[in-house]
Design a protein around this ligand. Structure first.
Ligand code: ME8
Length: 531
C-alpha cells in the first residue's frame, strides 16, 4: 500500500463542511477566511486551475435533534442553515468555487461508491460495537478519553475529557472499519513534515497513532432505527453510514480525479483526529492518496472562555460586519489569529488594530499622497532614477527602499505557510516606514503649481509602497485592496505576482499614470461606544 506522489498543476483547497445544527459563528468564518486567503494567494501567484471547496454537513443525530427543536421538517431546516452559511460567506468575500451539501445526490452516490470500494477491499466487517458515544462530537470514546462531571442534580456523569460533552453507553450491531491495520501507513504519512502543520499537531497525531490502546477499529454505521437521517449502507438499508465517513467523502465529491489529492485542508483542532487519523486511513484503504497538507488552527475564545450557546458568548459574524465591514473582520481574524495557540476575541482589540492599521497607516498614507495639495497633477508619477538618487537618499528613504524591496519575498514565505499574521506584520512595518519617510520629506512644503522632481520622487516612492502593499493585501482584504489599487490607477491586469517587483518600472513604462478622481475613504475609523 505505498503512497505515490504525483506532480500536478492544479491546486485544491478545502474547509471542513460545517454542521447545520446552529448558525455560523466567527470560528467558522475564521477557517473559511484562512482557506480563502490561501486560495487567493495561489491565484495571485498565477495558478490557474484551482478549486476551493466548502459546504455543509447535514446528516446525523445532532442535526436530527436540532431540527426537532426548531420545529421545522429536516430538509427545510438544513436548507435554511446551509443558506445562512452561503450568504455569510458571500458577505465575507469568501470566493469558494464549490459548495457541497451532504444531502445532495451527487454526494450520496460518491459515498456509496467509496463504501463499496472499502468493502470490496476487505476493510469493513460486521461487528458489535459497545462503547461510549458522544453525540455533540459525533464520536466514540474509550475509557481513558472520559472524565466525570457533576450535574445540577448532584449526580455524576461521564463526559468527553476533551470537549466536556456528555457521553452515552451504546451497544449495537455496526459495520466496523479496520483502522487498527493502518498504523504503519498512517505513521509513514505523518513522518512527512508537510503532512500536518503546525508541528505540534503532527506530534499529537503521531502519539495517538503509535498508541495501540487508542487506535481501535472504528464503527462506520448506525442502526437506522436510531439514526435515520443519513445515507443508507449499500445492501444493508437497516444501517446508516456514520456521519464522519459520509462527511469526509464530501472532499472526494467535489474533486475530479485530476485534482486529487487536496493540496491543503484547513481544519480546527477539534476535528484533528478525524482528519489526521480516520481520513488518511479511509483514503489509503480506498486506494487514494492522503492530503498533501492539513493546516490545523486553534480556536477563538471570548474573554478566555470557549464560545458556546449556553454561555451566551457566541460572536455573530454579521454583527462584526456591520461594525467593522467585511474587510475589517477578515483583516482582524488573519492579523490576530495564530494557528498554534488559541486567540482571544475582543472588540476593543479589534477596533484598536483596525483604526491604527487600516484607517491610519494605510488609509492616511493614501490620502496624503492622493490629495490635491500634495499631488496637484493627480498622478502616480513615473520613476525617475535621477530625482530618486538626488532626493531620496535620506535615512528614512533608504530604510523604506530596503523594507519595500524585501517585502514581496518575505510575505510570500509567510502566506504560503498560512502564517498570515506574520506577512501582515511585515506589510504594516513597511507602511510605517513609508509614513515616516513621507513626514520627513514634507512634500506639502514643496508644493508649487506644478510638481517638482523632488515632489515626484517622494510621491513615487510612497505610491509604489501603496501599490506593492495593495497587491499583497489582495488575499487578506480583497475589496479594500481593490479600492486602493483603483484609486492609484493600477489596472486589474497589473495586480499579479509578476507585476509586483518594486522599482522595476522601466523608464516610461509607468508614465505618470493618472489616479482616479473617485473620492474615497479607504477605511472609516470606528468610533468606540461610550458604554
Ligand atoms: O466539525 N475557533 O463541523 P462544525 C475557530 N461537520 N474555529 C472554530 C471554532 C472556534 N471557536 N469553532 C468552530 C464539524 N470552528 C464537521 C466537519 S468535515 C469533513 C466535517 C471551525 O460545524 C473549525 O474549523 O462543528 C472547526 O474545525 C469547525 O469550525 C467545526 O465546524
Amino acid at each position: 500500500r505505498s503512497v505515490l506522489f504525483r506532480r500536478k498543476s492544479t491546486y485544491f483547497i478545502t474547509t471542513p463542511i460545517f454542521y447545520v445544527n446552529a448558525p455560523p459563528h466567527i470560528g467558522h468564518v475564521y477557517t473559511a477566511v484562512i482557506a480563502d486567503a490561501a486560495h487567493r494567494f495561489q491565484m495571485l501567484l498565477g495558478c490557474q486551475e484551482t478549486v476551493f471547496s466548502t459546504g455543509t454537513d447535514e446528516h446525523g443525530t445532532k442535526i436530527q435533534e436540532a431540527a426537532l427543536q426548531s420545529g421545522s421538517p429536516l430538509p427545510q431546516y438544513c436548507d435554511h442553515i446551509s443558506l445562512q452559511y452561503r450568504t455569510l460567506f458571500q458577505s465575507c468575500n469568501i470566493d469558494y468555487t464549490d459548495f457541497v451539501r451532504t444531502t445532495e445526490d451527487r454526494h450520496k452516490s460518491e459515498v456509496h461508491k467509496f463504501w463499496n470500494v472499502l468493502q470490496a477491499g476487505g476493510h469493513i466487517y460486521l461487528g458489535t460495537y459497545s462503547g461510549w458515544y458522544c453525540t455533540p462530537d459525533e464520536t466514540f470514546l474509550s475509557e481513558n478519553q472520559l472524565a466525570e462531571r457533576q450535574g445540577p442534580d448532584g449526580c455524576t456523569y461521564k463526559v468527553s475529557a476533551e470537549s466536556g460533552h456528555p457521553v452515552e453507553w451504546t451497544n449495537e450491531e455496526n459495520f466496523m472499519f479496520k483502522l487498527s491495520s493502518f498504523q504503519d501507513d498512517l505513521l509513514r504519512w505523518l513522518q512527512n513534515d508537510e503532512s500536518v502543520h503546525p508541528a505540534k499537531f503532527r506530534r499529537q497525531l503521531i502519539d495517538f497513532v503509535s498508541n495501540d490502546d487508542l487506535l481501535h477499529d472504528v464503527s462506520v454505521s448506525r442502526p437506522k432505527d436510531r439514526v435515520h437521517w443519513g445515507i443508507p449502507v449499500p445492501d444493508a438499508p437497516h444501517q446508516t453510514i456514520y456521519v464522519w465517513l459520509d462527511a469526509l467523502v464530501s472532499y472526494v465529491t467535489v474533486a475530479q480525479s485530476k485534482l486529487w489529492p487536496p493540496d491543503l485542508q484547513v481544519i480546527g483542532k477539534d476535528i484533528l483526529k478525524f482528519h489526521g487519523v480516520y481520513w488518511p486511513a479511509f483514503l489509503i484503504a480506498a486506494g487514494l492518496e492522503p492530503p498533501r497538507s492539513l493546516l490545523c488552527h486553534s480556536h477563538w475564545k471570548v474573554d478566555g472562555k470557549k464560545m458556546s450557546k449556553s454561555k451566551g458568548n457566541i460572536i455573530d459574524p454579521l454583527d462584526c460586519i456591520v461594525r467593522y465591514t467585511a474587510s475589517g473582520l477578515r483583516y482582524f481574524l488573519l492579523r490576530e489569529g495564530v494557528a498554534h495557540s488559541d486567540g482571544n476575541y475582543s472588540e476593543t482589540k479589534a477596533i484598536r488594530i483596525l483604526n491604527s492599521e487600516l484607517a491610519d497607516s494605510l488609509g492616511n498614507l493614501l490620502n496624503r499622497c492622493s490629495g490635491k495639495t500634495v499631488n496637484p497633477d493627480q498622478i502616480f508619477p513615473k520613476f525617475c532614477q535621477h530625482s530618486f538618487s538626488i532626493y531620496c537618499n535620506s535615512d528614512e528613504a533608504l530604510k523604506l527602499v530596503e523594507s519595500l524591496s524585501a517585502l514581496p519575498d518575505l510575505v510570500k514565505d509567510h502566506f504560503l505557510a498560512c502564517n498570515f499574521y506574520k506577512g501582515i506584520d511585515c506589510i504594516v512595518a513597511t507602511l510605517h516606514a513609508a509614513n515616516r519617510f513621507f513626514e520627513s520629506q514634507k512634500p506639502w512644503e514643496l508644493c508649487k503649481k506644478h510638481q517638482s522632481p523632488h515632489q515626484n520622487g517622494v510621491l513615487h516612492l510612497t505610491m509604489e509602497t501603496l501599490r506593492v502593499c495593495g497587491i499583497l493585501l489582495q488575499p487578506i482584504v480583497p475589496e479594500l485592496s481593490d479600492t486602493l489599487l483603483r484609486k492609484i490607477g493600477i489596472s486589474k491586469e497589473k495586480r499579479m505576482w509578476k507585476d509586483i517587483r518594486p522599482f522595476s518600472w522601466e523608464q516610461g513604462r509607468l508614465c505618470n499614470v493618472p489616479i482616479s478622481a473617485e473620492k474615497i475613504m479607504l477605511y472609516k475609523r470606528i468610533m468606540v461606544s461610550k458604554s
